[in-house]
Every structure is written in C-alpha cells, then in structure tokens.
Design a protein around this ligand. Structure first.
Ligand code: PLP
Length: 374
C-alpha cells in the first residue's frame, strides 16, 4: 500500500469537500495519540490527564462560537450531529413534523425520511423565503432545520430570522453549520439557535470528529445507548487526540478569520476576473451573502463530470455539481433547486478555495479549463 502522492504538485481546490490539516493541530494529534492515550473515564493520572484535555477542548470550542462548554457535545462529525438532532430533538409528543430547505445536505435530507417533512424552496441565489417558512411551520412542527451555508454554492441563509420564526410557533431550530464554522463568525447566543452542527475536517481539523451545540440539554434525547460519556447523551470512549486537534484547528482559524477571509475573497475575485477574460459562455451560481471561497460555475453545453476528470489529469482537484450513479448523471438537488438552465446545469463544477491556496493556482486552473472547453 502506497500512501504517497508520488510528490505530485497537487492544486487542491476542493476545500468544501475537506481540508488539509492545520500543522499545529496535526502535531497535537500525534503528540496526544503518542503520550496521552489514557481513557478519559479512568481515575488514574493518565485518564485524568485525558479528561483535562477534553475539558480544555470543550472550553476552546465553546469560546469560538460564544457557547458555554457544557453545551458542546463531541460527535463523529457533521453527519452524526445532523442525524442526532433530526431523530432525537424532543419537545412534545404532539409535535412530530419537520421543516427543512430543499438544498440541505443529504445528512439532513436522508435522516428526515421517516417523518412528515415540509420542504422550503429557494430562489435562484439559493436563499430561502422567510414568508414561505412562516407558512410552513405549524403547531405540529417539532424542528426546523436550515443550513447556515450551502456546500455547493456557498449561500448563507438568514438564520437568526429563521430561528425566530420557528420559536414563535413553538418549534425547535437547528442549523447545519458544517461549511460555516471556522470560516465565518458564529455566535450561537446572538443567532438563538437550539442546535448547531459542525465538523472538524471542514476547518482544517481531523476527519471523523465534530460537535453538536445544544442550547438546552433537556431538549435532546441520548444519541445511542452506551456509557456515561458526554453528559450521558453520547456514549463511547472519546477520541481525545482528535478532539484537541479539532479545538486547535478551530481556534487557529478563528484567530485568523478576517485575514483568511480577505485572502480567500481576493483569490475568488481573481478567478471571476480571469474566467471573464476568456470568451466562454457560463453562469456563476451565487448569492450576495455567501461563504468566501465556494464558487459554483456552470459552463454552457459542457460536461462537469468530464471537466473534473480532465482537471484531475492535470493534478487539479475540484468537484462537480452533479450526482452520478452508474447509469446516468443528473444535476445535483441544489443545482436543480436554484433552477440553473438545462443547457448549463450539467456543466457545473465547484471550485472551493481555502487558506492554503494562491492566485498562481487559479492561473493554472483557468488555463486548463480553457484548454478543456475550447
Ligand atoms: N453538512 C454539510 C453542509 C456538509 O457539507 C457535510 C459534508 O460534506 C456534512 C453535513 C457531513 O459532514 P461529515 O463529513 O463530517 O459527516
């Protein structure tokens, strides 16, 4: 088994899929795995040491989103956090229905399948209509779940207003902030959400670890049967090294938030300028209020899937705006929901810029795109 990329010079422009680990977070991950391997539930010093690292991580993460440490529950990532809320958020037996937007991640859409769901549409920028939301929430609604920022087009939703609408009708409110945490400033108290999902590998932390913010622990049932960990809400021996690495990565991103945003926006704008200088027919799928770095571009009569593979041959990683199975390729549910014209929809690629990218990489990317399309 080879773990090497053969020293290929890779241009990684798929940071919405996952990110490269922050060097300090990676060092902590290795150091703690090597030296602090005690089970955090054990009373001897090695266990107590692990418990201290857990507590410290909880404090660091809570501070980054303006929560209290006892409101942070460690999970295996975004998918688990989303499933936990959808399936276990609990107020009253009389309330069973769910309201979500049409462009939620599949971690939300697929975990809703057993419930009565009301789907909110979005406009061509991917933004929900708050009036439609008002009409959709009823006295039967248990939970409203609207993502903070979309993973394909980057649209940021009016979360504070949406949470107010849910609360006025007595429903709980969750936001899947997996793409947003570590990239924009998030204040859970100001947003007044009941739950918020996050995943470390989207903000330069390790994979397989994340957290769920829970405003009031009484409103959620335990995730699964098991030990007493996580305030008896989520059993299982904690991955202390990954948790501390997650906290380190998040703190580093938050400490450098404005700097990173400025750098990423600068590269994003450079892409728009570059691509517009070629004689190509395309649309950019974006909203005025968006996450820095996520670019969804649809080229007329192109094949996004083929473009992704051709770019891969040039060692450039981007993703498509399509969902493929072995028989046919269709535009993704997001591209469909924002109603990208059919002659453009299948020619969609997503370029997602991170803090480690530079403009030179955009020069190489756009040169390759031109080569492919001409
Ligand atoms: N929610 C959103 C918006 C995402 O982008 C993702 C990952 O792509 C997830 C949830 C799932 O997160 P994880 O990979 O940590 O399970």
């Amino acid at each position: 088994m080879s773990y090497s990329t053969n020293n290929k010079k890779i241009i990684y422009l798929d940071n919405a899929a996952t990110t490269k680990m922050d060097p300090e977070a990676l060092n902590k991950y290795v150091e703690i795995s090597k030296n602090c391997y005690g089970n955090a539930s054990q009373p001897y010093f090695l266990g107590v040491n692990s418990k201290k690292i857990l507590n410290e991580s909880r404090k660091i993460i809570a501070k980054c989103i303006n929560a209290n440490p006892d409101q942070i529950f460690f999970t295996s990532g975004g998918t688990e956090s989303d499933n936990w809320v959808i399936k276990k958020a609990n107020i009253s037996k009389k309330r069973e229905d769910i309201v979500v937007s049409l462009i939620e991640h599949h971690a939300i859409l697929n975990s809703c399948k057993e419930y009565n769901v009301n789907y909110i549409s979005v406009d061509s920028t991917g933004t929900i209509d708050l009036n439609e939301l008002k009409k959709s929430v009823t006295n039967k609604t248990r939970i409203v779940s609207i993502m903070y920022a979309n993973n394909e087009i980057g649209t940021i939703q009016p979360i504070k207003e949406a949470a107010q609408i849910a609360h006025k009708k007595g429903a709980l409110f969750h936001t899947d902030a997996v793409q947003a945490v570590g990239h924009v400033n998030i204040d859970v108290k100001d947003l007044d959400v009941d739950y918020l999902s996050a995943s470390a590998h989207k903000f330069n932390g390790p994979k397989g670890i994340g957290f769920l913010y829970v405003k009031d622990v009484k409103t959620i049932d335990r995730f699964e049967d098991g030990g007493e960990q996580e305030n008896r809400k989520r059993g299982g021996t904690e991955n202390v090294a990954a948790i501390y690495a997650m906290a380190t990565a998040l703190k580093n991103n938050i400490d450098n938030l404005v700097l990173n945003q400025r750098k990423i926006m600068n590269i994003e704008n450079y892409f728009y300028k570059k691509i517009s200088s070629f004689n190509l027919d395309y649309v950019i799928n974006k909203s005025p209020n968006k996450l820095p770095g996520i670019i969804s571009v649809s080229f007329k009569n192109a094949d996004g899937e083929m473009m992704m593979h051709r770019l891969d041959l040039a060692n450039i990683c981007v993703s498509t705006g399509a969902a493929c199975d072995t028989k046919k390729t269709e535009a993704s549910h997001v591209i469909k929901a924002i109603k990208v014209k059919p002659q453009y929809a299948l020619g969609t690629i997503r370029i997602s810029i991170g803090k480690n990218n530079c403009k030179k990489e955009i020069d190489l990317l756009t040169k390759e795109i031109l080569k492919i399309l001409k």
